[in-house]
Write a protein that binds this ligand. Structure first.
Ligand code: S3P
Length: 174
């Protein structure tokens, strides 16, 4: 098993609404590594929700917490399934760490699918206001960043979690 022989972390990356948390939770049933949802971990450690952190301290403060949390897990010799927030790629140091320490699965979906999935969501501070426009803009700003560090693109449109997980596992065990 060449991938796990590298002792890299399995990293789920992609836009809000691509299903990273759901897929990560399911994946943990098939692999002997703990699944860490970085957003949840930050919320528990700070004892504060992400929207509230954004509101009280601003985005750059959240990005600092996010980088610290990410680095904390990457540095451990124990392998993890790391479920990242959609903005993990914004900082170049994060992109460098991801490439060096992870096998990176980029979960994708058509923008129209993202818009549908996020329509009723009230937990994403970056989508306040004109949600459709913001989703389009964020995707166009990040697309090339995601693609520059992805090892595998995993399409999530109209596919069940089981099918997506089987695809991820087949790459991981390659
Ligand atoms: C963000 C995505 C969110 C969360 C925060 C910012 C982003 O995570 O980290 O709201 O910048 O794309 P999800 O990708 O799990 O929604």
């Amino acid at each position: 098993n060449s991938m796990s022989a590298h002792k890299k972390h399995l990293i789920l990356m992609g836009m809000m609404g691509t299903g990273k948390s759901t897929i990560g939770r399911h994946l943990a049933q098939y692999l002997p590594y703990p699944a860490i949802d970085l957003d949840h971990w930050i919320e528990e450690k700070q004892n504060q929700s992400i929207p509230s952190i954004f509101e009280e301290f601003g985005e750059s403060y959240f990005r600092e917490l996010e980088s610290q949390a990410f680095k904390h897990f990457l540095e451990q010799s124990q392998q993890h399934i790391l479920i990242t927030g959609g903005g993990i790629v914004l900082r170049s140091e994060n992109r460098k760490w991801i490439k060096e320490n992870g096998v990176v699965f980029h979960l994708t979906a058509d923008v129209d699918t993202l818009i549908q999935r996020l329509e009723l969501d009230g937990n994403r501070p970056l989508l306040q206001g004109n949600k459709v426009e913001k989703i389009r803009r964020i995707w166009s700003e990040r697309k090339s960043l995601y693609e520059s560090i992805a090892d595998y693109q995993i399409q999530t449109d109209a596919r069940s979690p089981e099918v997506i997980i089987a695809e991820i596992l087949s790459h991981w065990h390659q």
